[in-house]
Design a protein around this ligand. Structure first.
Ligand SMILES: Cc1ncc(COP(=O)(O)O)c(C=O)c1O
Length: 256
């Protein structure tokens, strides 16, 4: 079984001593608009084997790029046409992403330090179930920093109070996948095969209580301020979360 790593926004992250993107046969990083390495739109493919690399080249490119990159005799037959696709990155996106890539160590260090300070501060607040060192991997692969509230917290109420205090905390943008129309609607336009339709019907009636419960208690802190070298907004985020939690407690306690 070939392993393809979805490394979307984990540029520069490691698990233990090993870089994300080096575990599988292929790995894909996004360089979309909000990513740490961004070209506006596009991606980076890594292949562990020469064969996968050359096939990927043919899938995306015909003529010069494939002529230059594809050596395998069987695959060289296809260099004039590629395999029918034209998936080349725009040169402007490549230039922008290269500029971010050249600053990657600094970007990762800044983001990692800010996220760790935030998690550490939030871990000391009653009501949140946050581990101070709760990042997977060592450098942080965060799109947003997602934390869990304790089961006694009214998450909607907490989010409302946080927003009133000016914080941009929200529920995670991605709902549990079984709730997304793509996986719960029979016959969305792109799902052509009968087997896929059967799969969707089977999923539609299933319940996923663990995913539901995790989602119900999740709060996503924005990642944008993680890029600020001075991290000036981290402390206010912790302090105002503390205020929002204590306001929630006040309104929950019985009035005299
Ligand atoms: C886990 C994951 N995979 C894939 C993607 C898709 O990235 P893109 O469409 O920019 O390549 C995203 C986007 O944020 C993501 O979060």
């Amino acid at each position: 079984v070939a392993v393809i790593e979805d490394c979307s926004h984990s540029h520069g992250s490691k698990i233990g001593a090993r870089e994300v993107g080096t575990f599988g046969d292929l790995a894909v990083f996004s360089i979309g608009g909000h990513k740490m390495v961004s070209g506006g739109l596009g991606g980076i493919l890594l292949a562990a084997s020469r064969e996968h690399y050359e096939i990927a080249c043919l899938l995306g490119n015909f003529r010069p790029r494939s002529r230059n990159s594809v050596n395998d005799d069987r695959l060289r037959n296809f260099v004039e046409t590629g395999l029918g696709g034209n998936l080349r990155i725009s040169p402007i996106a490549a230039v922008l992403a290269t500029s971010h890539l050249n600053q990657l160590d600094e970007l990762v260090a800044t983001k990692s330090a800010n996220a760790r300070r935030l998690l550490h501060g939030l871990s000391e607040l009653p009501g949140l179930a946050v581990e101070a060192d709760g990042c997977v991997g060592d450098n942080g692969a965060w799109y947003g920093v997602t934390v869990q509230a304790g089961p006694e917290i009214d998450v909607d109420g907490l989010l409302r109070r946080q927003r009133e205090l000016g914080l941009r905390v929200r529920r995670p943008a991605t709902v549990p996948l079984h709730r997304s129309p793509l996986f719960s609607t029979a016959g969305p336009p792109t799902w052509a095969s009968a087997e896929q339709a059967r799969w969707i019907r089977a999923l539609r009636d299933r319940r996923f209580p663990v995913a539901e419960a995790a989602y119900q208690l999740s709060l996503a802190y924005p990642a944008t301020f993680m890029h600020d070298r001075h991290g000036i907004i981290v402390e206010p985020y912790i302090e105002r979360t503390a205020s929002a939690l204590s306001l929630a407690n006040d309104s929950a306690s019985p009035r005299r």
